[in-house]
Design a protein around this ligand. Structure first.
Ligand code: SF4
Ligand code: SF4
Length: 149
């Protein structure tokens, strides 16, 4: 019998999203060296891992779903993508060779090409933090952090 996964994931609630992009800013800030939103964007040149997609009145924050059977892992030619025992899908930017295989196969558009730095990047569930910054920052309960459904 396979081991029960104990992964917590971020789930978007589309009807609550008002496309404020606080999630994007919070993500970019906590992944920066400076921990400052302005420096993170303007000096460090970082990009957000969740991306808010907007179509008319509808918006949703799109990010990695840490799929049970991740297509990105199958597509990765360099071993940069791995899955831990709880099911978290990790992307090692140092090992990434920028082939964009993961970007092409991800059904959610959650793996992004960082073209200037020649590696892809995606949500890491805020590695090293107790709680994802995007969920904390959302003023409208449009993101929830919960056990895998
Ligand atoms: S990057 Fe895409 S395919 Fe890979 S685990 Fe995340 S959502 Fe799934
Ligand atoms: S872009 Fe990087 S992480 Fe994505 S499949 Fe290619 S080598 Fe792997």
């Amino acid at each position: 019998m396979s081991k029960k996964r104990k992964l917590m994931k971020v789930y978007p609630i589309e009807e609550n999203c008002i496309s404020c992009r606080y999630c994007e800013v919070a993500c970019t800030m906590v992944h920066s060296k400076s921990q400052d939103p302005v420096k993170a964007y303007k000096l460090e040149g970082l990009k957000p891992r969740p991306t808010v997609e907007v179509k008319g009145a509808v918006s949703i924050s799109v990010m990695c779903r840490h799929c049970k059977h991740p297509f990105c892992l199958d597509a990765c030619i360099s071993g940069a993508i791995t899955q831990d025992e709880n099911g978290k899908v990790k992307l090692d930017e140092e090992k990434c060779v920028g082939c964009w295989g993961c970007v092409l196969v991800c059904p959610f558009g959650a793996a992004h090409p960082f073209v200037e730095r020649k590696h892809s990047f995606k949500c890491d569930l805020c590695e090293g933090r107790n709680f994802p910054a995007c969920v904390e920052a959302c003023p409208n309960r449009a993101l929830i952090y919960d056990f895998e459904r």
